[in-house]
Design a protein around this ligand. Structure first.
Ligand SMILES: Nc1ncnc2c1ncn2[C@@H]1O[C@H](COP(=O)(O)OP(=O)(O)OP(=O)(O)O)[C@@H](O)[C@H]1O
Ligand SMILES: [Mg+2]
Length: 391
């Protein structure tokens, strides 16, 4: 990370008057000047701050400027800090050589030439600014690259989903359509043969019921398709009205009785009365129907229990079955589109029901969770926020 303002410059000299003079010469709004009166004090500051430049007096009692520079070069954190030595001209030339060896960048000679000092320091500060700006740009570039990659991945996933979707929908529509086509061809043949018996009222009623089921399953498929595309494009909207959930559940359970009969199961409802809230009744019904259809489908012909209660400001609907259950490792996966559990002997749907149901729950500000022990049935819990009471 880089900081835009306040480039830090360290000056080290054992004499306070020198520090004062030097800091007066180089001070400017765009930099912060730190002063140290010994090598040790300088090291402490160096560990704490990120300096753009260190100006070191060569002649200091204790640790001299060159020794300090050597220590700086030997430490990862301070290795790259440019160093300017301040020395008395002529006197310390042999030291100068040593200074260059340790990687020093520049020299200033006493007595200090104010303009020379200022321009040197300005160059280093400007260099640091450029460096910071470059780092910032590289960071920004890397960030947008990461974002681009994430977008690409998202796009790839969307396209994949669309392809999966198209081929599955085509496949799923083909089955009932083929059945209907065969049926109508058969009827055509019967008509050609003048076989009126085939169209007796009882026969006709069965035909109509069969056709109705095929057509309904196609309509459901298309509805699911529309829902998924709404969800994926963020256009799923909730039309909330005042809903009495107990009444809604009674209705759904009684509507599904024939289906439960066919599945060799039955649904019992245990609901607290008068649990009301502001929800989209059509969508809530859809969630419950999805859960109940699953419970009947995967519930091994055993009874299914539905309950309704409230818990900390939420209405909680549970749907419990006693079928094969869902293994822990599959419990999150089943909420993703097209995910079905391979071990399930029943393979009827597209694997969209739970995906849509969870999205609908979340669109209400609620949740849909599963709890299950493999072999011992599954429990799905829908939680919907209720209006705050007494407000
Ligand atoms: N009550 C349950 N018991 C056991 N497995 C379940 C249960 N509910 C769902 N599953 C598993 O989770 C999978 C995903 O369920 P989901 O409702 O999303 O799809 P589906 O029922 O296969 O198809 P669709 O609902 O689109 O007709 C199912 O295929 C099934 O393997
Ligand atoms: Mg389902």
């Amino acid at each position: 990370m880089t900081t835009i303002a306040g480039i830090k410059v360290l000056i080290v000299d054992d004499l306070p008057e020198n520090l004062l003079a030097l800091s007066k010469i180089i001070e400017q709004d765009d930099r912060i000047i730190y002063q140290a009166r010994s090598g040790v004090a300088a090291l402490a500051l160096l560990l704490e701050h990120e300096f753009a430049l260190a100006i070191l007096d060569v002649m200091m009692p204790g640790m001299d400027g060159f020794e300090l520079a050597e220590l700086m070069r030997g430490t990862e954190r301070t290795r790259a800090i440019p160093i300017v030595f301040v020395s008395a001209a002529g006197k310390e030339l042999n030291h100068a050589f040593k200074g260059y060896e340790t990687g020093a960048v520049d020299f200033l000679y006493k007595p200090l030439d104010i303009a020379a000092v200022q321009s040197k320091v300005n160059v280093f500060v400007a260099m640091r600014r450029q460096q910071d700006e470059m780092t910032r740009q590289v960071d920004a570039l890397e960030k947008s690259q990461r974002e681009l990659l994430a977008m690409k991945e998202e796009l790839r996933y969307s396209l994949q989903l669309r392809d999966d979707f198209m081929s599955m929908v085509a496949h799923e529509l083909r089955t009932p359509l083929n059945t209907l086509l065969l049926e109508s061809q058969l009827r055509g043949m019967q008509l050609d043969r003048g076989n009126a018996d085939a169209f007796a009222p009882a026969q006709l009623r069965r035909m109509v019921a069969r056709d109705g089921r095929q057509i309904k399953s196609m309509i459901r498929l298309i509805d699911d398709m529309v829902d998924v595309s709404r969800i994926r494009s963020g256009k799923l909207s909730i039309r909330a009205t005042e809903v009495d959930l107990s009444v809604l559940l009674q209705q759904v359970v009684s509507d599904l009785e024939p289906q439960a009969d066919i599945a060799g199961s039955c649904i019992t409802l245990l609901a607290t009365d008068g649990i009301c809230g502001s929800w989209d009744d059509f969508r809530v019904e859809q969630i419950i129907i999805n859960l109940l259809t699953n419970a009947l489908r995967y519930g091994a012909r055993k009874p299914v229990e539905v309950s309704l209660a409230t818990d900390s400001g939420h209405a909680i609907v549970t749907v419990r079955d006693h079928g094969g259950g869902i293994a822990l490792e599959d419990q999150q996966r089943i909420f993703a589109p097209f995910e079905r559990v391979g071990t399930n002997t029943v393979r009827e749907g597209l694997g969209l029901g739970l995906y849509i149901a969870r999205q609908l729950a979340e669109a209400h500000g609620g949740t849909l969770e599963v709890a299950s022990v493999e072999g011992d049935g599954a429990l799905f819990a829908l939680s919907l926020p209720m209006p705050a009471t007494g407000a």
